[in-house]
Design a binder for this molecule. Structure first.
Ligand SMILES: C[S@@+](CC[C@H](N)C(=O)[O-])C[C@H]1O[C@@H](n2cnc3c(N)ncnc32)[C@H](O)[C@@H]1O
Length: 376
């Protein structure tokens, strides 16, 4: 290749080198050098923190200058730089050198896909590697029957956050409280990075060692180096970085309060929580005028669920969040189908605070969430 093309090639390689940064989203580089009709392939892969190039049967530590050094021996080259969500393609010969970026799914797949009757955001075939790794899709490429509910839950959850997420700028720090096997963390990370192309980092916290180990393994298998999993009890977990977004899906009982409090106390911009079982207020609340209605256990329990979640919303409002509470999925999928979405708008809601204290006194309750936040 001539010197003018090599200069231009070097310029593009420098651009890709700075795009690579610390390699958080890097997948691989595939190059085909051409001489006459013969192809000479090369591949660059990351192992631990080091890049290696395999070329001509040998594997060596990669230096970005290797590309133009090799290119000068050939007539032309085609290079694909792959990172999560995006491919950069360089075509170079003696006449011209071009660089273009494309969505890694653009040529073969659309951003969403229909499975059954629903259009999914975490969509096959683009998301196949992810869906297989987290056990939602079998190795045969089919969604597993016993995982369809979990798939629906995480996809609907992401869908209801999608509009908000697409408007965020800069690096997005996400905290998943009581992450379990981290289905939601993986789905959100995939959506933020591979679909929206956002710079992001996701931390999952759970007190069960087995799920933390499994989540770490999955992140490693997927090459998702922008994820951290921590075994800790949310009761005494100390945040290292303040999250922009706190999420939690079916955090048992008062673990949802711990998640909401983690968001409030760290000043998170948004908190998205799907509560799970509600045990706390059932044994606490009483309201004499309602006693004829609450003599049936089932009504008392359902009323306790409603009270718990509506009080959570009230406290979020008292701490300056605008709240939207809605069913995020059909109750046939799960009866625990309430999504609380809270967006910090800084308004200090004196009315919500007053309403809360009035209700607290009237019902004789002492909700956990109040003890975790500063209401003064
Ligand atoms: C029903 S699972 C939900 C897991 C996951 N979010 C999901 O939707 O698949 C509830 C999780 O909460 C975790 N958990 C409950 N209380 C916790 C606490 N105080 N601190 C950390 N994790 C907790 C449990 O270990 C469990 O993994």
């Amino acid at each position: 290749m001539n010197s003018s093309s090599l200069n231009k090639l070097n310029f593009y390689i420098e651009m890709l080198k700075s795009r690579y940064g610390n390699g958080e989203y890097f997948k691989e580089i595939e190059i085909t050098f051409k001489s006459g009709t013969k192809d000479f392939p090369a591949k660059v892969k990351k192992e631990e923190e080091t890049l290696y190039i395999t070329y001509g049967g040998a594997k060596n530590i990669f230096n970005w200058k290797d590309i133009s050094s090799l290119a000068q021996e050939y007539d032309s080259m085609r290079m694909i730089y792959r990172e999560r969500g995006t491919n950069a393609i360089i075509l170079a010969d003696n006449k011209n050198v071009t660089l273009k970026y494309e969505d890694s799914a653009v040529s073969t797949e659309s951003a969403t896909a229909t499975v059954g009757t629903r259009e999914y955001l975490i969509a096959p075939p683009k998301a196949n590697d992810l869906l297989k790794e987290i056990g939602i899709m079998g190795q045969n490429g089919k969604i597993k029957n016993d995982m369809i509910r979990k798939y629906n839950q995480i996809d609907h959850f992401v869908e209801l956050c999608a509009d908000y997420l697409s408007r965020l700028n800069g690096k997005i720090e996400v905290l998943d409280c009581a992450c379990g096997k981290s289905y939601l963390s993986f789905a959100l990370n995939y959506y933020l990075r591979d679909v929206l192309k956002k710079d992001c980092h996701v931390t999952g916290v759970d007190y069960a060692q087995t799920v933390i180990d499994a989540s770490k393994r999955s992140a490693q298998n997927l090459g998702y180096s922008n994820m951290t999993f921590i075994r800790a009890d949310l009761n005494d977990f100390v945040l290292e970085k303040n999250p922009d977004i706190v999420i939690s899906l079916h955090a048992c009982d008062t673990a949802t309060d711990l998640a909401i409090a983690a968001g409030i106390n760290s000043g998170a911009k948004a908190i998205f929580a799907v509560p799970c079982c509600h045990k706390e207020l059932l044994s606490q609340y009483s309201y004499e005028p309602f006693s004829p209605l609450l003599k049936h256990g089932i009504f008392k329990a359902r009323q306790a669920d409603l009270l718990t979640d509506s009080i959570r919303c009230l406290l979020l409002e008292a701490k300056g969040y605008s709240v939207v509470a809605q069913e995020y999925i059909s109750p046939v999928e799960t009866p625990k189908n309430l999504l609380i979405r809270a967006f910090k708008d800084g308004k200090n809601q004196e009315t919500a605070k007053k309403d809360y204290f009035k209700l607290k006194e009237m019902l004789g309750i002492n909700p956990k969430l109040e003890t975790l936040i500063d209401l003064e």
